[in-house]
Design a protein around this ligand. Structure first.
Ligand code: IMP
Ligand code: MG
Length: 175
């Protein structure tokens, strides 16, 4: 077994407070209109589950799965669809929910793809943002925490499919 060092970066209470605050801002912005939350599997599932319970509007949940080719800790920039939406996007207010935006390649790809399906509006929401790692110029509309160039796990985020269940967001370092 590999020697691992997990240090808490964002404790669970700080996450809960931030998610509530984000939900209140989103509720205000959409003013009670229906919003289709497009949850990017698998990482954003936990965040979306908590966030949607703070949104006071007609919320419809749908899920999309993409995979970026590459190693577990770095993105190659090539994105592949694993699961498409069940809902139609056309004429609806769509909000993409991501766990983390790193190079920005995944979110850029999703934005372009969903834009071509003619939503009424299209915005992006991420719990974590690593702007120092950007390879494309993209700024999410709603950001929970801006973090340094660190590899983090927990609260949905994985390292090779592990640690998604951790309640806190932790820094993952191979020892
Ligand atoms: P991007 O396309 O480089 O912006 O990266 C998007 C995806 O890479 C995210 O949705 C995550 O699945 C993964 N990712 C990027 N940084 C991290 C991290 O620090 N921990 C866990 N997954 C990450
Ligand atoms: Mg992801």
């Amino acid at each position: 077994m590999q020697q691992l060092d997990l240090r808490v970066l964002i404790p669970r209470q700080d996450i809960a407070d931030k998610v509530q605050e984000m939900g209140e801002i989103i509720s205000r912005d959409y003013g009670g209109q229906e919003v289709l939350l497009v949850v990017v599997l698998r990482g954003a599932a936990l965040f979306a589950a908590d966030l949607c319970r703070h949104i006071r509007a007609d919320v419809v949940l749908d899920f999309i799965a993409v995979s970026s080719y590459g190693s577990s800790t770095s993105s190659s920039g090539v994105v592949r669809f694993l699961k498409d939406l069940d809902e139609s996007v056309e004429g609806r207010h769509v909000l993409i929910i991501e766990d983390i935006v790193d190079t920005g390649l995944t979110l850029t790809y999703l934005l372009e793809n969903l834009k071509s399906r003619h939503p009424l509006s299209l915005r992006t929401c991420t719990l974590l943002d690593k702007p120092s790692c950007r390879r494309v110029n993209i700024r999410p509309d709603y950001v929970g925490f801006t973090i340094d160039d660190l590899f983090v796990v927990g609260y949905g985020l994985d390292w090779d499919q592990r640690y998604r269940h951790l309640p806190d967001i932790c820094i993952h370092q191979e020892g």
